[in-house]
Design a protein around this ligand. Structure first.
Ligand SMILES: [Zn+2]
Ligand SMILES: [Zn+2]
Ligand SMILES: [Zn+2]
Length: 460
């Protein structure tokens, strides 16, 4: 139920003489739940005469503000902007598989794999597996050990798909929470070392020096991180072999899918990252789990380009909130017991805060990334020459908006050739974020998006 306050705000907005202008601003944000408010002006001058050609100011806009979309990738923060991000990511990944968006179609013939790099085990957890359409017992052991905390290390339940215990340890006291958050914290470094080892091994298989390899072949990739229910990240990556100029050039004849598979398997097995000793604990070596998955991507087979692009794009808009933790930073002195999260997530966060206090581990910035369970990498990344860029896709959209704005009188119409002769001076200031409770109801109605509550202002 909307509050009295929300309804009063809604009525005031509807009676505002500038309502139509406000509604058009909201429509242009595409249903953003937490639009950014800008105050400022843009002036266009003729470079040769200094004459003012056009001035746009937010002064005359409703509330003296221009509202622009927040552009977050997080679906939990803003479903509309996250959807734009998801769609862009989909097109970006797919262009790297079949061409389009400036990438030639010949890219489809390059050796290409979909690789999943997993985390090792940090203790037994409740899980759901299916075989031939039947749910298997979780963790059945007839001669199960009893741990030192008196728990029997067996679970014969056949868990439902949404059961809360999934991903939770059979014994939280035995579970290696330290290992779990240290793995998340070193995953970006493990990935970096994996890509180096991959190139090194490809060179070895081809009988080339690494320097010579670089003149013949480029390894391109796009990757995304996915949180498992147990709170560790897995990385899914498209890895492709190109010629020396990237997707426009064919890879050398000797570069095959089999060779790439071999190199990926080798690199995933050999790379390690070391966490220094702290508080009397010895230093610790972390590596990928043994469950490596490498599959060729084909246009019609079991794993298609659409499936892969859809998969990566879906995870690109998620964060750790899918394991039931929080979508915001956690303060070191916060009362963790009061947070509305699962006990397992609470323990992972507490471990991040505990380890984050040791100077030896300062580089891992575990306190800062506690809400991400220690992972501080980018969610979705790609190598420079994978395909197009999110920036290019956004620019195409901005160009489209520019046309729209010209027709609504916001920007003066110039020929492209005029751009050198026109000086643009813009002054913008951040003036807040979000929608009031009443505005949020109207915005949902105008843009046809679900109303999930007032757009709370967030820190970025
Ligand atoms: Zn938004
Ligand atoms: Zn179980
Ligand atoms: Zn135990």
């Amino acid at each position: 139920m909307p509050t009295k306050h929300a309804i009063a705000g809604l009525i005031t907005r509807l009676h505002d003489p500038q309502y139509a202008r406000w509604a058009s601003q909201i429509r242009r944000t595409g249903g953003c739940r937490q639009p950014i408010h800008l105050r400022g002006k843009v002036e266009h001058y003729d470079r040769s005469t200094g004459r003012l050609l056009h001035r746009y100011s937010t002064h005359l806009e409703p509330d003296g503000l221009l509202r622009v979309p927040c552009k977050t990738r997080r679906a939990s923060r803003c479903p509309s902007c996250a959807e734009t991000y998801r769609a862009d990511t989909y097109h970006l990944v797919r262009a790297g598989l079949v061409g389009g968006k400036g990438v030639p179609e010949t890219v489809a013939s390059h050796p290409c794999l979909f690789v999943t790099l997993t985390a090792p085990s940090f203790g037994e957890v409740h899980s759901r597996r299916e075989k031939d359409g039947k749910v298997l017992p979780c963790h059945p052991r007839c001669d199960a050990e009893t741990c030192s905390h008196g728990r029997v290390m067996s679970c014969t339940a056949r868990h439902g798909a949404d059961e809360a215990c999934l991903g939770e340890p059979l014994c939280p006291e035995c579970y290696d929470y330290t290992g779990s958050v240290l793995f998340n914290a070193t995953a970006p470094e493990l990935w970096r070392r994996f890509t180096l080892a991959l190139r090194r091994h490809l060179a070895k298989l081809a009988g080339l020096t690494q320097k010579d390899l670089a003149t013949q072949l480029v390894v391109s990739f796009a990757k995304v991180a996915e949180y498992q229910r147990r709170g560790v990240v897995h990385l899914h990556a498209v890895i492709r072999l190109d010629g020396p100029d990237g997707p426009t050039s064919p890879p050398p004849e000797w570069a095959t899918v089999d060779m790439l598979t071999d190199a990926v398997q080798h690199a995933a097995t050999v790379v390690t990252a070391k966490v220094p000793a702290y508080d009397g604990q010895p230093s610790r070596v972390l590596r990928w789990g043994t469950q490596l998955d490498t599959r060729p991507i084909t246009l019609h087979g079991e794993l298609t380009d659409q499936a892969v692009a859809g998969y990566i794009a879906k995870y690109a808009t998620k964060a750790a909130e899918c394991v039931g933790t929080l979508d915001r930073r956690i303060q070191p002195l916060e009362n963790l017991a009061a947070l509305p999260i699962r006990e397992h997530a609470r323990r992972l966060i507490a471990e991040c805060l505990r380890l984050g206090a040791f100077d030896e581990l300062a580089d891992l910035r575990l306190t800062h990334w506690a809400h991400m369970l220690g992972f501080r990498g980018h969610f979705s990344t790609k190598s420079r020459r994978y395909s197009t860029t999110l920036g290019a896709l956004r620019a195409t959209r901005a160009e489209h908006r520019r046309d729209e704005q010209i027709s609504t009188g916001r920007l003066p119409l110039f020929d492209e050739d005029d751009e050198d002769s026109v000086l643009v001076i813009a002054h913008w200031a951040y003036a807040g974020q979000g929608l009031s409770a009443g505005d949020a109801i109207l915005a949902a109605a105008i843009t046809g998006t679900p109303l999930i509550g007032p757009g709370d202002p967030h820190d970025a």
